[in-house]
Ligand binder design. Structure first.
Ligand SMILES: NC(=O)c1ccc[n+]([C@@H]2O[C@H](COP(=O)([O-])OP(=O)(O)OC[C@H]3O[C@@H](n4cnc5c(N)ncnc54)[C@H](O)[C@@H]3O)[C@@H](O)[C@H]2O)c1
Length: 267
C-alpha cells in the first residue's frame, strides 16, 4: 500500500517548482492531486504528464487571492475524488525590491498572495478538511510554505520576510485553534533555505545585482556558501518534508515550523 492511497491533495502554486515536485511525489505515493495555479499552460502540461503516467491529477485556475477560485478548487477536489484530505499552501512570490523603493502597491500584492492566500486557502478548505478528518484515523493536514526568511532576518527583501513571518505564526495559531475545536486538522509549516527553482534563482540574481557587481558565478557561490551542508536545496528536499508533515506519520505533529535549510539557520 502506498502512503497516500485514498488521499486527495490540493496544492496551490503547483504548476512549477516546489509545488510541482510535491504533486509528482504525492501522485507516486498514491494520492489524487488537484493543482491550482495562475499558470494555466504549465499547470495543464504537468497534469497531462501525470495523467499520462497513470496518476489521478486535475488542474484548475486558482489565484490564491480570490475566494471564489478557492471554492471552485475545493468543489473540483470533492466532486472528482469524493473528499479533500490535505491542503498544501505553496503559492508565493518574492519581489526582491529594495525596501526603500517598495511601494504600498508592492506590499499589497505580496501580502495578498503570501499571507492572504494562506488565510483564504485554510478558510475555504477547512469545511472539507474537517469532514475528511472526521472520517479518517489520523485526521487531515495543512502544510504552509514559509521560509527561513520567516524565522530569521534576511536582508534581500524585508517585505517578503514580513509575509513569511506571518505565515510562521499563523501556522502555530491555526493549529491551536483547530485543536481546541477538535477539528482534526493538523497545521504545520516548512521553512526552506535557498532552493533551486525560479524563485531561488531570483534571489541569486538579486544578490548578484546588489553585492557582487553583476558577477553571477560569485553570487551563486555566495548563496551556496550560506548553507553549511555545501549545496543549495532541491525541490525534492522540500517536497519530501511536505510529504512527511502531510502524512499520518506526523499524526502527533501540529503547530510546528520545520526547517529544511542545509543548516543555514543552525549557525
Ligand atoms: N525557492 C526558494 O528558494 C524558496 C525558499 C523559501 C521558501 N520558498 C517558498 O516556497 C514556495 C514555492 O516556491 P518556489 O521556489 O517553488 O517558487 P516558484 O516561483 O517556482 O513557484 C511559485 C508558484 O506559485 C504560483 N503563484 C504565484 N502567485 C500566485 C497566485 N496569486 N495564485 C496562485 N499561484 C500563484 C506561481 O505561478 C508558481 O507556479 C513559495 O511560497 C516560496 O515563498 C521558496
Amino acid at each position: 500500500m502506498n502512503q497516500f492511497d485514498g488521499k486527495t491533495v490540493l496544492i496551490s502554486g503547483g504548476a512549477r517548482g516546489i509545488g510541482a515536485e510535491t504533486a509528482r511525489l504525492m501522485c507516486e505515493a498514491g494520492a489524487s492531486v488537484v493543482i491550482g495555479d495562475i499558470l494555466d499552460d504549465i499547470g495543464a502540461e504537468l497534469v497531462a504528464s501525470l495523467s499520462g503516467d497513470g496518476h489521478q491529477a486535475r488542474f484548475i485556475t486558482l489565484d490564491v487571492t480570490r475566494p471564489d477560485d478557492w471554492d471552485a478548487a475545493v468543489a473540483l477536489a470533492t466532486s472528482e475524488f469524493g473528499h479533500l484530505d490535505i491542503l498544501v499552501n505553496n503559492a508565493g512570490i518574492f519581489l526582491g525590491i529594495d525596501f526603500e523603493d517598495a511601494t504600498m502597491d508592492d506590499w499589497n500584492r505580496i501580502s495578498a498572495i503570501n499571507m492572504g492566500g494562506v488565510f483564504l486557502g485554510a478558510k475555504h478548505c477547512a469545511p472539507a478538511l474537517k469532514a475528511a478528518g472526521a472520517n479518517s484515523e489520523y485526521g487531515s493536514a495543512i502544510v504552509n510554505l514559509s521560509s527561513i526568511a520567516g524565522l530569521v532576518g534576511a536582508p534581500l527583501d524585508p517585505l517578503y520576510s514580513m509575509t513569511k513571518g506571518g505565515v510562521s505564526i499563523f501556522t502555530k495559531s491555526l493549529a491551536l485553534d483547530f485543536a481546541r475545536k477538535r477539528a482534526r486538522i493538523r497545521v504545520n509549516s516548512v521553512h526552506p533555505g535557498v532552493i533551486d527553482t525560479e524563485m531561488g534563482q531570483q534571489t541569486i540574481d538579486i544578490l548578484g545585482d546588489r553585492y557582487t557587481g553583476g558577477d553571477m558565478e560569485r553570487a551563486h557561490k555566495a548563496s551556496v556558501s550560506r548553507h553549511p551542508i555545501g549545496r543549495l536545496g532541491t525541490v525534492t528536499d522540500i517536497a519530501k518534508a511536505i510529504m512527511y508533515l502531510a502524512s499520518d506519520d506526523a499524526s502527533f505533529t501540529t503547530g510546528s515550523n520545520m526547517v529544511v535549510d542545509g543548516g543555514l539557520t543552525a549557525a
